[in-house]
Design a protein around this ligand. Sequence first.
Ligand code: SF4
Length: 301
Amino acid sequence: MPQEIKVKSVLNKAKKIDSWFLDSYTFNPYSSCSFNCLYCYIRGSKYGTNLETSLSVKINAIELLDMQLANRAKKNQYGFIVVSSATDPYLQIEKKYELTRKALEVILKHKFPVHIITKSDLIERDFDLLAQIDKAAILPPELKDMKRGTIISFSFSTVSDHIAGIFEPGATSPSKRLEVVKKTVSYGFLTGISLMPLLPYISDTTEQLHQTFSTLKKCRVDYVLPATITLFGNERADSKTLMINALQKYYPHLVEKYVRFFSASSNMPGYYQRAFYKKMQELCDEYGLKSSIKTAALKKS
Ligand code: SF4
């Protein structure tokens, strides 16, 4: 059972608009995450460790969000709110607590734009509110031209149900996620895919990448945002340890590579990253997919 906790603040303001996700604010109704992705960046980093056992519900989140957004609106400080940055807004417990749905009602009331990032199919339940926000939101001056108040990004590390079953055991399967991606696109939402992270030598092989990009092209998504993996920590529940353990079981030939890469740093080596981003741009060009949300929104408007 998740813990019910009270917090002092729920709306975090960034110093500047995020260049990838376009948010000025982040809002997390839950703390930690039951989707349990082994590579999750909040494991072993400064954000937390044992995801499932530390799952908690911020029971005063909606009241606080209402107050904090009223203050920001009074000062005309409109900006995209990312829901959520350090958990998933549509965890299984959202069915019971409905904090994300209630937060969207408050966001609509104060006319803020929203960017949902999720691995879940439960988002479909809230299409009604998201459509209203899309029309009613007041955009910050820098993003006025976008003319969209709702951005929906689905997060994938792979489109293979088999690979996802190993590395993100608690999340909605990619095949089910893709079904809801298609529905989101057909509703007319600005819809994209965060490929964060692609798994080195597993979901970033040439064959897997073509499968991923051709699948996303067929879904008619507006943009893709690929990134490499970061792994942290040496404790039992840290992302680096969990990934190495899974590799030992399912991909033993990759263990030595990962150990070497991540012994000195939490990032992949520079030469890999340069080749990775070059390849991603080539794939975006080949499949006609935008690699920026703003560019995709301008094309759509
Ligand atoms: S869904 Fe996101 S926040 Fe949740 S475990 Fe996976 S990567 Fe972490």
